[in-house]
Design a protein around this ligand. Structure first.
Ligand code: ADP
Ligand code: MG
Length: 394
């Protein structure tokens, strides 16, 4: 992937417009409950300020109706928090699309919630051109919205004089490119979680690239069905058994593997108090629900991870929210933490598992991309990234 980087551009005296992802969670009174995204956006903003740029920052917040700004949709609390972090004023500018506001070199303003602007979602050209006229350099630092072609993520990049990636976006693309572009082999992917249907495209796309595809959770149950194993009352999607079989066949044909569980942890109900039993994968009875991989399987997978050159992880291999079904995911997490491989991980519940098992610092790169991360794994071109690549040539 070739794109311009903010860090490579001369910025002194330039008007720099940064599209960040400052979509932070808020409580009912509008207080910010978690400010990771604001903190993560600081390096790009601080770099532009230190380089002498006149900085404008915008972001979406929530899901406002285009054309009207409700008080709850305002970036005002975000501007206030950003000002505290930067230790300098961050005035909030409303109705900014047509300009008419001032920002001097070395200063920063926040431009009100960009999803309030009419035409944002539809990537309206007129809107994008007006926004592009406000800046000399457009910076996309919002990987989390890279799978959406909207006016601030795509159109603005087309029409701004210069378009580049901010440090967060660049780090994300570098990590994903390293994992899936020219990976150190063997490349091992773990695709787990509840359903094959939500991850079928990821499974197919990764199946064509990886040396080992580790499946877990409800996804593994569907693969076990395909392999002729009985799975009792476990979560599975019988309608997708043929797809699972096709994936295993295609991988076997090129000498790659989908290791299936040899032992599992089962219970008769799914609750905090459920009694867990470890049994062989061939001994699942009609009343059993498979809720985790067994310790023997976990050890086999851990040794594959120990030998990996690159690891891509999405999805917990068991119902890790309950301790009696968390063992498999813990072993996988610790194997990734201990591996010398370049590792990336992403997905809402996967991040929760990483936090729960305390391995945050030991994963090479943790994607905060959510939907954009999953679409990247699907092998899709992200529109906001594609346009940055095109603009790198002009
Ligand atoms: P992510 O958000 O990381 O992409 P998913 O949303 O696909 O992951 O899946 C996570 C959920 O899958 C967790 O809530 C977990 O409890 C559930 N899960 C994992 N294994 C099983 C299983 N064997 N049976 C039912 N649910 C499972
Ligand atoms: Mg999830």
């Amino acid at each position: 992937m070739t794109f311009r980087r903010l860090s490579d551009l001369p910025l002194a005296g330039k008007r720099v417009l940064i599209r960040a992802d400052l979509n932070v969670p808020q409580d009912e009174a509008g207080n910010i409950t978690e400010d990771t995204r604001i903190r993560a956006s600081l390096p790009g903003i601080e770099h532009a300020l230190a380089a002498g740029a006149a900085v404008m920052v915008t972001s979406h917040l929530g899901r406002p109706t285009e054309g009207k700004l409700e008080p709850a949709d305002s970036l005002a609390p975000v501007a206030k928090r950003l000002a505290e972090m930067l230790k300098r004023p961050v005035p909030l500018v409303q109705n900014w699309v047509d300009g008419g506001f001032k920002v001097a070199p070395g200063e920063v303003v926040m431009l009100e919630n960009c999803r309030v602007n009419k035409g944002e979602k539809k990537n309206d050209e007129t809107l994008a051109k007006k926004m592009a006229a406000l800046c000399d350099v457009y910076v996309n630092d919002a990987f989390g919205t890279a799978h959406r072609a909207e006016a601030t993520t795509h159109g603005l990049a087309r029409f701004a004089p210069v378009a580049c990636a901010g440090p967060l976006m660049a780090a994300e693309l570098d990590a994903l490119g390293r994992a899936l572009g020219k990976p150190a082999r063997p490349l091992v992917a773990i695709v787990a979680g509840s359903k094959v249907s939500t991850k079928l495209t990821i499974l197919k796309s990764l199946a064509a690239k990886v040396d080992q595809l580790i499946v877990g959770g409800g996804i593994a149950n569907t693969f076990m069905l395909a392999a002729g194993l009985r799975i009792g009352k476990s979560l599975a999607e019988p309608a997708l058994v043929d797809e699972a079989q096709a994936i295993m066949d295609a991988m076997a044909a090129r000498g790659a593997q989908v290791p299936l569980p040899t032992d599992v942890v089962v219970a008769n109900d799914l609750s905090a108090l459920a009694r867990a039993n470890r049994i062989a994968a061939t001994e699942v009875s009609p009343d059993d629900m498979i809720l985790d991989i067994g310790p023997q399987t976990a050890q086999v997978l851990a040794s594959l991870l120990a030998k990996a050159g690159t690891i891509v992880w999405n999805g917990p291999v068991g119902v890790f929210e309950y301790d009696q079904f968390a063992g498999g995911t813990r072993v996988i997490a610790q194997a990734i933490a201990g591996s010398k491989a370049f590792s990336i991980a992403g997905g809402g519940d996967t991040l929760a598992a990483i936090a729960k098992f305390g391995i945050t610092d030991k994963v090479s790169y943790i994607s905060t991309g959510g939907g954009a991360f999953l679409e990247f794994l699907e092998g899709r071109k992200l529109p906001a990234v594609e346009v940055l690549e095109q603009r790198a040539k002009t």
